[in-house]
Design a binder for this molecule. Sequence first.
Ligand code: PEP
Ligand code: CO
Length: 456
Amino acid sequence: MSRNRPKIDWHPASWQAYPAAQQPSYPDHVSLERAIGDLSQLPPIVTSWEIENLKEQIGKAQRGECFVLQGGDCAESFAECTSENIVAKLKILLQMSLVLLYGLKMPVVRVGRMAGQYAKPRSADTETRDGTSLPSFRGDIVNRSPFTEEDRVPDPQLILRGYERAALTLNFVRSLIDGGFADLHHPENWDLDWVGHSALADRYHEIVNSISDSIDFLESIQGRAVHLAQRSDIYAAHEGLHLSYEQAQTRFLDHRQRWYNLTTHFPWIGMRTAELDGAHVEYFRGIANPMGIKIGSGMSAEWLQKLIGVLNPNNEAGRLSLIHRFGATAIEKNLPPLIKAVNETGSPVLWICDPMHGNTESTADGVKTRRFENIATELELAHEVHENMGSHLGGVHLELTGENVTECTGGARGLTDADLARAYKSTVDPRLNYEQAMEVAMRIAGLVKNNGNGKG
Ligand code: PEP
Ligand code: CO
């Protein structure tokens, strides 16, 4: 890390003067510029009012007044931008948040890894098969996954296609919510097929009934509807990886006198792009959105303190969320020094645990998976470490899907390595299926202990 950040004023393209990791190499610069120009003219996907609302909610979570549930696919795909998929994702997030609300007894802020989670970091720029090397697949917004030269060339048009799908996704989510889909009076709307035959179904329905009774009771004594609890907003988040995409929708808003990234409410800086003098940190420092930083075992205390200094120089509440992803075996050793380092800065942060990315492993057959118990253990340890350090865990970041996939092993249904072949759909990281995701929510909420058998 060099210390020589050039003294240039920030603007949405100032990142281009810095080393930019994990960017596609577009052969056709004229087309790239045209696509970015086109995108910069299109209306935004989100508004600064929504962004500021989320920042306020995150500020509350920093003070322990609410809990943040962040979840969705590792990577969204264009092909899966369907009504069924979006509804299923919404349902699982709503069901989980209901369980968390009930168990933690505080409001839950829902943030989907959705509507723009299309670009992926890769360990190598090229992939070689049978002696042929082609650019790595970097997500649907960059290139196409089939292993042909034509498919793997980064195509600037895909930036526009990604933007359109992000807008379609969020448009549908907003319509569902505005239409009453997320109304707490009608949680039956959120039932997924599994509910009839899941080991956790009874517990879930007890929770739903109990919440409905409480709402009825409150409404009967107040003589009016309970407004505060009945509407649920969903915010959008994605890794702010593809800087041309982020740049194109970054606007200066006169009424706020600040720059906003209007592709999403909450962009985050991934583990591989948090270099202090890199392009991503340069880009992120200039936008007013609340933002996440992924933190793994390679992050030093000094590095983290400097990131906080650059990204939140005025100690603004709600601005920074630190999403740690150490793995169940490393968290106890690596998290405490970072909590101490952050406390020394005086900056408010929201600590979020991502128990997925430090627990990825391969089976004997080379299938990428994660074991439910490691995920649950990391979450429990995260809670414990924060408590012991006088800090607190205010959120969780999960890769999950509303579908009945078999990508992670374990959980109430006891999936084994042999089950993975049955319904493994992810082309990137393995996700919790709906049952496993609900079990995680119940564990966080303190409602079940092991494998859904115990009741807390
Ligand atoms: C991700 O969230 O999908 C990801 C790549 O995470 P990380 O940057 O923490 O490895
Ligand atoms: Co992932």
